[in-house]
Ligand binder design. Structure first.
Ligand code: TXA
Ligand code: MG
Length: 327
């Protein structure tokens, strides 16, 4: 998989906020670090720049983009944050891995929201990117910085390998601290709904505002098209289930096994443990880079057991299900 990557021209990776700001002001693309995953950013108010994002990712236009802002006080420039529950989530968890779907103001181009009346907004928790956002006078539209459908990047090199020829600058913020995309929350008919599981757990959200409803459609859903069945997929077939059973089923193949905690497996070609300590937070940080590492091996298949279905474990299981091989 991805052998062509070696021919991709590489972008400059650096920590220069001024270079990043200038590039964005001139309508260019900059990969930005966030606590969740790296984003492929452009000036959200410049349609020509936003178009470049769709082209670079080969992303369909029906899949809208999240806009990133520097602080809660900026939200009113672009959207209406009137619902009291969403407001307390923003106050409690921004900056952080939470995206809110809010009624958009007309200043936000329809291209950003794919014509939807709501815009997805978040304040990322990464000092470099916050500094950049304070420097420019526009929000940054940024999907994850990976080709459409592939797993998200959690390190500058991940971006460079796949999109190095399409991005003008990569702002180096190191390895992402959370490793999973933001949790997406909105309100429908007065009900607070979670559309994508992510770096902020349902438990934390419910502690703040009480019960929420999960609307995680597996098929193409206009609310969160990123929830398409084949999203977050690595280049090799991935199977979820009991590791020993899956090992037997794939006897003739080169197997890469993903384990968690003290789970052991022998007689397979590769073993990657997401967290030897059995911590879901650590597993989240490692998940996407492990999938990328396996893609670079000669393994034929990936086998993995679901994690305990609580906290970040739920979001990890969600990503695994979407990465699962579908015949
Ligand atoms: O953590 C994250 O959210 C990362 C970092 C870079 O901020 N971004 C990210 O963006 O994961 P992306 O484009 O890969 O996923 C955003 C998801 C997509 O599933 C998209 O369909 C949904 O958010 N979305 C964006 N705007 C929306 C809108 N107006 N209405 C419904 N869904 C929306
Ligand atoms: Mg994405």
């Amino acid at each position: 998989m991805r052998l062509f990557c070696i021919f991709v021209a590489l972008a400059t990776i650096g920590k220069h906020i001024d270079t990043a700001a200038k590039t964005l002001e001139n309508g260019g693309l900059v990969a930005i670090p966030t606590e969740t995953v790296y984003g492929l950013a452009a000036n959200a108010l410049n349609e020509a720049a936003v178009l470049k994002i769709f082209e670079a990712k080969q992303r369909p236009f029906f899949d809208p983009l999240i806009i990133h802002i520097a602080s809660l006080t900026d939200v009113s420039k672009y959207a209406e944050l009137t619902d009291a529950r969403l407001k307390s989530l923003a106050e409690g968890f921004w900056p952080g891995p939470l995206t809110l779907l809010l009624p958009k103001k007309s200043i936000v181009p329809d291209l950003v929201t794919s014509g939807l009346p709501q815009v997805a907004v978040r304040v990322p928790k990464h000092e470099l990117t916050l500094e950049l956002l304070r420097k420019v006078n526009f929000p940054l539209a940024a999907p994850s910085a990976n080709p459409f459908g592939y797993v998200s990047p959690t390190e500058p090199d991940h971006v460079n390998k796949q999109l190095g020829d399409k991005v003008d600058y990569i702002l180096d913020g190191g390895k992402c601290e959370v490793g999973l995309e933001s949790t997406i929350v909105g309100v429908e008919e007065e009900v607070v709904c979670v559309y994508r599981l992510g770096g902020l757990s349902i438990e934390e959200i419910e502690k703040e505002i009480g019960k929420v409803e999960l609307r995680l459609n597996l098929s193409s859903d206009p609310k969160a098209p990123g929830q398409l069945k084949n999203h977050y997929a690595p280049g090799k077939p991935l199977f979820i289930g009991d590791l020993e059973v899956l090992k037997q089923k794939n006897q003739s193949k080169k197997i890469a096994a993903i384990t968690f905690g003290d789970k052991l497996i022998s007689d397979v070609s590769y073993v990657y443990n997401l967290s030897e300590k059995g911590e879901t937070k650590e597993a989240a940080v490692n998940l996407f880079s492990v999938l990328r590492k396996i893609d670079e091996t000669d393994a034929d298949v990936i086998i993995v057991e679901p994690l305990p279905d609580e906290g970040l474990g739920r979001a990890i299981n969600d990503r695994l299900k979407r990465a699962e091989f579908k015949s």
